[in-house]
Design a protein around this ligand. Structure first.
Ligand code: GAL
Ligand code: ZN
Length: 669
C-alpha cells in the first residue's frame, strides 16, 4: 500500500527539482509518475531527441529512494507533427476536425499516428531500458477522455470497413443481420458503409453497436502496440493505463488483457457532480459518493489481474467539474484508505504542485503554486504514514467475495443507443444495485458476463440487455448449485446485432420462469409504486408487467394500467432460485429486495449501513470509511482490536479493526 504523486519536471526550473524531489521522499511518497504530455520536450524537432532532462529527474527520484513511472506521451502529439500530417487529427460526428491546442487530438486509426506512436515509444523505452529507478510505464493518458474514443474520419471509415469484412460473410450477410430493409438502409458493398456521421434521424441501432465495438477495439489495438514495444525492451517493467470514472466507451476487460494491472483516476467531488441525481448531497460535494468511487475500484481491480492503482487521486479543489468544492477535512486521506481497503497497491496524487500556466491553473496540487504545503499535502503524508503502519497488520488473506455483480460494456452501449426512457442510464442502473449490495456491508466482485460464476453464492445481473444462451446457462448453473440469482429489468432484450428477441427476457425466459408482457417509462416526478411483501415502495424510470409462468410473484404493481400485474418474481431453479426485478427500484425497494436475496443466499450481512458509511475488508482488516459530515459509531464485538482510530469515527475519517463487517454495526449517533 503505497503513496505516489504525479510530477511534471518540465513545468519547473531545473534548480527546483532537487528540493521538490527531496520533499516528495520526505512526505513518504514511493512512486513518481512523469512525462505523459511531454512529447514537445522529448522531441523538440522531428528526429531530434532530448531525454537528458527526464533522465536527470529519474536519477533524482532514484537517489531519494523512490521509483519512477514513465508514460508514453501520445496523448499530446506536438504541433510540428500534426502540421506535417494533418490526417492524424480526429473528426467529430458532424465532420468538425479536432484541432491542435488541447489534448487527445489524434485518431486511433491513423496509420501515420500508429507509426509515430510506436517510434516515440521505442525511443523512450530504449533510452530507459536499464535504468534501475524506472518501475514501469503508463501508456498514453486517459484514452478516450474528452469524448475522443469514437472518431469519424476517413481513416476510421477504411478501418471500420475492414473490421466489418472480418465479421460478416459478405455484404448480404451484413444487410440481413443488421436488418437493413428498414428505411432503405441496404448496402451494395462494404466500401459503401461509412462511420455513423451526422444524420437527420437517429442511426440504425445495429450499425451503431458495431461502430461502438469497432471504436473500442481500435483503442485496444493502439494500446497493444505500445505494450508490445515496452515489453520487448524490458520485460520486468509493468505496463498499465489510467482509466476514468464510469468510463463506458472502451471495454475495460479488453484493454485489461494487455496490461499487467489497471489504474484509474479518482476525483470524488468532481465525478459526483456528473453522475446525475447525486450532486445535490452536500456531503458528496465534500467527499464524493463511496459507492461511485468503490464501483470504479471494483471494476478496475478485476479488469486486469486483481491488482490496481489509483494513478491520479484528487489533491484538493479541481478545475473541471461545475463547482471546484474543497474536500472535507481529512477526505483526501480517507480516499487513500478507501482505495487501499479495496486492494489498491498505490494511490498517487495528482499533482505535486499547482501549476501557474496552462489549462489547469484552477487545479490544486499537494503543494501550492509557491511550493508551500497545501491541504492535500497534509492528508497525503498522513495517509502514507498510516498505511505504512497498517501494512504490517495485513494477514495476507485474500478477499473472498461471495457475491458477484455482472458488468458488461455492450449492455451500456445498448442503453446508450436506445435508452427508450430518457432517464435510463446504464451506469446509474448498475450503481443502484452496487449501492444496495454495499449498504449490507458485503464484499462484491464486479465481473464481466463471461466470468466463471461457479464460486459465488449470489449473482446480480442488472439490465443484461444482450444476455446470450451461454450467460443463461451459467446463471442457471449458479441456481442449480444452490446459489441465488437476481436479474433485473431490460434483460435478454436484444440479440448480438441489436435486434429484438421474440420473447422477453429472451434466452433467460426459462430460468426466470416469467415473461415480460409490457413495459413503460416514467418521468422523474411520476412516483409509481409496487407492493412487496406487504409494504408499498416507489420505483422510478422503468416498469415491466410480468407474466409469471413457473415463478412465484413477490411484488405487484399498484399504479396505472399495470395495477395487479407482477413486478418481481422468483423462480425455484434446482437448489437455488432466480429473482426477476422488473422495475428500477427506489433505494428503499432495492435495499429490501437485495437484503432478502442475500438472506436467501445465506450471505452474512450487517444491518443496513447509513448512507455514506461503508465497510471494506482486506487482508484480515476492516476499514470503516465515513464519507459523511456526521460522527458515526461502530458497535464491535468486545474483543475487536482497533488498528487505526476507534469506535467513534469522525466526519470524513476512517477507522480500521480486525472484526469482520458482518460483526459490526454502524450508528449515526
Ligand atoms: C485527469 C487527467 C490529468 C488532469 C486531471 C485534472 O483526467 O488525466 O491530466 O487533467 O484530470 O483533474
Ligand atoms: Zn479517425
Amino acid at each position: 500500500m503505497n503513496i505516489g504523486v504525479c510530477y511534471f519536471p518540465e513545468h519547473w526550473p531545473r534548480e527546483d527539482w532537487e528540493e521538490q524531489v527531496a520533499q516528495m521522499a520526505e512526505a513518504g511518497i514511493e512512486y513518481v509518475r512523469m512525462g505523459e504530455f511531454a512529447w514537445s520536450r522529448y522531441e523538440p524537432e522531428p528526429g531530434t531527441y532530448d531525454l537528458e532532462w527526464l533522465e536527470t529527474a529519474v536519477d533524482l527520484i532514484g537517489d531519494h529512494g523512490m521509483q519512477a513511472v514513465l508514460c508514453t506521451p501520445t496523448a499530446t502529439p506536438p504541433k510540428w507533427l500534426t502540421d506535417e500530417h494533418p490526417s492524424i487529427l480526429p473528426e467529430e460526428q458532424d465532420g468538425t476536425t479536432v484541432e491542435f491546442g488541447g489534448r487527445r487530438h489524434y485518431c486511433f486509426n491513423s496509420p501515420v499516428y500508429r507509426q509515430e506512436s510506436t517510434r516515440i515509444t521505442e525511443v523512450l523505452a530504449e533510452h530507459f531500458a536499464d535504468h534501475d529507478a524506472v518501475a514501469g510505464w503508463q501508456t498514453d493518458n486517459e484514452y478516450g477522455c474528452h469524448g475522443t474514443t469514437r472518431c469519424y474520419c476517413d481513416d476510421c471509415a477504411t478501418a471500420f470497413r475492414e473490421w466489418l469484412r472480418e465479421r460478416y460473410d459478405g455484404i448480404e450477410d451484413l444487410n440481413e443481420k443488421w436488418g437493413n430493409a428498414f428505411w432503405s438502409q441496404e448496402y451494395t458493398s462494404f466500401e459503401a458503409v461509412d462511420p455513423p456521421r451526422h444524420t437527420a434521424a437517429g442511426h440504425h441501432p445495429a450499425r451503431m453497436l458495431d461502430y461502438y465495438r469497432f471504436a473500442s477495439d481500435s483503442v485496444v489495438e493502439f494500446n497493444r502496440e505500445q505494450c508490445e514495444v515496452l515489453r520487448a525492451v524490458n520485460d520486468d517493467w509493468f505496463v498499465t493505463h489510467n482509466e476514468m470514472n464510469l468510463f463506458g466507451t472502451i471495454d475495460a476487460y479488453d484493454l485489461g488483457d494487455d496490461l499487467d494491472f489497471m489504474s484509474w483516476d479518482s476525483y470524488p467531488t468532481g465525478h459526483v457532480q456528473h453522475a446525475s441525481g447525486t450532486g445535490e448531497d452536500p456531503d458528496h460535494l465534500r467527499a464524493g459518493d463511496p459507492d461511485l468511487v468503490g464501483l470504479n475500484h471494483a471494476i478496475f481491480r478485476d479488469a486486469a489481474d486483481g491488482d490496481f492503482w489509483v494513478m491520479e487521486q484528487q489533491p484538493g479543489g479541481v478545475n473541471w467539474p461545475p463547482q471546484p468544492t474543497q474536500p472535507g477535512e481529512g477526505a483526501m486521506a480517507l480516499w487513500a484508505h478507501h482505495a487501499s481497503a479495496y486492494g489498491a497497491e498505490t494511490v498517487s496524487y495528482f499533482r505535486w504542485q499547482r501549476c501557474d500556466m496552462g489549462q489547469e491553473q484552477y487545479h490544486a496540487g499537494l503543494r501550492a503554486q509557491d511550493g508551500s504545503p497545501d491541504r492535500g499535502y497534509h492528508d497525503a503524508t498522513r495517509a502514507a504514514a498510516e498505511l505504512e503502519g497498517l501494512a504490517d497488520e495485513l494477514d495476507g488473506s485474500h478477499r473472498e467475495a461471495r457475491v458477484a455483480l455482472l458488468h458488461d460494456y455492450e449492455n451500456l452501449w445498448g442503453f446508450d443507443i436506445e435508452p427508450a426512457s430518457v432517464d435510463f442510464d446504464g451506469w446509474e442502473h448498475l450503481l443502484t444495485y452496487y449501492a444496495a449490495l454495499r449498504r449490507h456491508g458485503i464484499a462484491v466482485d464486479v465481473v464481466p458476463t463471461d466470468a466463471d460464476l461457479s464460486g459465488y453464492d449470489a449473482v446480480v445481473g442488472p439490465g443484461l440487455y444482450f444476455a446470450s444462451e451461454a450467460l443463461a446457462d451459467s446463471l442457471e448453473a449458479v441456481a442449480r448449485d444452490g446459489g441465488e440469482v437476481l436479474v433485473t429489468a431490460r434483460s435478454g432484450v436484444k440479440n448480438e446485432c441489436n435486434r429484438l428477441r421474440p420473447t422477453l427476457p429472451g434466452p433467460l425466459t426459462d430460468v426466470v420462469g416469467a415473461t415480460v408482457e409490457q413495459y413503460e417509462g416514467f418521468p422523474g416526478d411520476a412516483a409509481p409504486t409496487v407492493e412487496y411483501r406487504g409494504d408499498r415502495y416507489e420505483f422510478r424510470t422503468w416498469g415491466e408487467w410480468l407474466d409469471a409462468d413457473t415463478a412465484e410473484t413477490l411484488a405487484t404493481h399498484e399504479t396505472g394500467p399495470a395495477s395487479g400485474t407482477a413486478a418481481i418474481t422468483r423462480n425455484d431453479a434446482g437448489a437455488g432460485g432466480v429473482t426477476y426485478l422488473g422495475v428500477w427500484p427506489s433505494e428503499d425497494l432495492a435495499t429490501a429486495v437485495v437484503g432478502d436475496f442475500l438472506d436467501d443466499a445465506g450471505v452474512p450481512t450487517t444491518r443496513p449501513l447509513p448512507d455514506g458509511v461503508r465497510l471494506q475488508r482486506r487482508g484480515g482488516l476492516t476499514w470503516v470509511c465515513n464519507f459523511t459530515s456526521d460522527q458515526v459509531y461502530a458497535v464491535a464485538p468486545a474483543d475487536a482490536t482497533w488498528h487505526l482510530g476507534g469506535k467513534t469515527v469522525d466526519q470524513f475519517d476512517v477507522a480500521v479493526t480486525d472484526a469482520p463487517p458482518s460483526d459490526l454495526r454502524v450508528n449515526v449517533e
